[in-house]
Design a protein around this ligand. Structure first.
Ligand code: ZN
Length: 417
């Protein structure tokens, strides 16, 4: 019989948009847990922060690109789940998904500059891409995702309302991206055309538009005066010939979230995170189509990107995911983020010094990470210390109780049932 609750070893990747060394929360959490790394020969070693490297994402799932191991045995977590599906995955998930893989992939991201302008294709498109190019598209699943702010978090997400985009496109430097003859009504189809035109424009056309926009006064942008402030910031991060800058500033919602606020990105939803620390959770997939904020050779086909693009949400409020009190929480100190999909929910527990919480058993497996503070956990007849950065697996049917230590306790649990 496997243990019902056990600690995990996780690791961190080094995408170039991450934060430097110990400035990255992902690296700091990873260094406090018995994390793993690979040395130059590809051998597993302990995780240690290298201040010369940037660290972007700490992963807790069982996706093979960055697996999670059981701390006590070093076994790959997915191998253990495959051996004990009844006890560790549970009946309801196996019935729902027809496999014993964890359906979700939780991460901690630490972002210093814009991530590629991207979307994650729906299941049909993902299956087609995976068949055509399994190297680049490693699975056939969709990847809707949520992002919960741990700090101030800035993101471009979904499209602005159509009338707003239409009016910004009247600005002189952007007129060349409008269809000819100029449309009198501006619809999603017009927007699709405009996005396609910008993404496939020549370097010099983007450079001209960018230079033109930079020269405009703050009031030219109507109520979106933030555009004036973001122009130099984005230009410091990416070449001014990158079409992502124009698409993000002119057509997309710009959101600034406070800790605890969250975004939901549906399949095919356009997004580009800009700065901050977040908990991210997504369906088990790594598929992405990138078209901006990345070098030209790593951009995917604009035709394919625009073909699947969804136009929902169409305003900033539509992008937000509001947490609700968690019905499994016995002492009311836990909120739950519940996106409209079956692969996962994320529960957020926050306790001040000495406070307690109990979480009722779930039908499926959960994984939690302590992002701040420490405390005690009672589960399956044992008591464990849960420190900052530690990551734990909780089997289906297991109730957990927590008590915060002196510095309080903040943790996030991804689960599905
Ligand atoms: Zn994404």
């Amino acid at each position: 019989m496997p243990e019902a609750v056990f600690q995990l070893k996780c690791s961190c990747n080094q995408y170039e948009w991450g934060n430097q060394g110990s400035k990255s929360i992902s690296a700091r959490l990873c260094s406090k847990t018995p994390g793993w790394d690979k040395d130059e020969q590809g051998k597993l070693t302990d995780f240690e922060i290298d201040e010369n490297k940037v660290y972007a994402e700490m992963w807790f799932g069982t996706y093979p690109v960055l697996p999670t191991y059981v701390k006590s045995t070093g076994e790959d977590l997915q191998d253990l789940l495959d051996k004990h599906p009844e006890e560790l995955v549970g009946k309801s998930l196996q019935k729902k998904f027809g496999h014993t893989k964890l359906p979700y992939l939780p991460k901690v991201l630490s972002i210093s500059k814009a991530l590629p302008l991207q979307l994650h294709p729906n299941k049909n498109k993902a299956a087609e891409l995976h068949k055509r190019d399994p190297e680049q598209f490693g699975d056939s699943n969709h990847k809707p995702e949520i992002a919960i702010a741990l700090s101030k978090f800035e993101a471009f997400c979904g499209f602005k309302p159509l009338e707003k985009i239409h009016s910004l496109l009247q600005l002189e430097p952007l007129q060349s991206f409008l269809p000819q003859p100029k449309p009198t009504t501006f619809t999603n189809a017009t927007l699709k055309h405009v996005v396609h035109t910008i993404l496939s424009a020549s370097k010099s056309a983007i450079y001209d538009a960018f230079t033109g926009l930079s020269a405009l006064s703050r009031s030219s942008f109507g109520s979106d005066t933030y555009i004036k402030d973001l122009i130099p910031r984005l230009a410091a991060q990416y070449p001014t010939t990158d079409p992502g800058i124009v698409v993000a500033l002119i057509t997309m919602n710009y959101l600034v979230l406070s800790p605890g606020e969250a975004l939901y990105i549906p399949a095919d939803g356009i997004h580009a995170y800009l700065a901050g620390d977040i908990i991210e959770c997504m369906a088990r997939s790594d598929n992405v189509l990138n078209t901006g904020f990345c070098p030209r050779p790593s951009r995917n086909s604009v035709d394919e990107f625009v073909e699947v693009l969804t136009f929902d949400p169409h305003d900033p409020q539509g992008a937000m995911l509001t947490p609700k009190p968690h019905e499994k929480a016995k002492l009311g100190k836990t909120m739950v983020y519940r996106p409209p999909l079956s692969e996962f929910d994320v529960a957020a527990t926050e306790l001040a010094k000495g406070e307690q919480e109990g979480l009722a058993a779930m039908e499926g497996p959960g994984i939690f990470v302590v992002v701040k503070g420490e405390g005690k956990m009672k589960a399956a007849g044992r008591e464990e210390h849960v420190g900052e950065g530690s990551v734990w697996f909780v089997a289906p049917g297991v109730e957990t109780e927590f008590e915060a230590g002196n510095g309080g306790l903040q943790m996030f649990t991804a689960y599905a049932e």
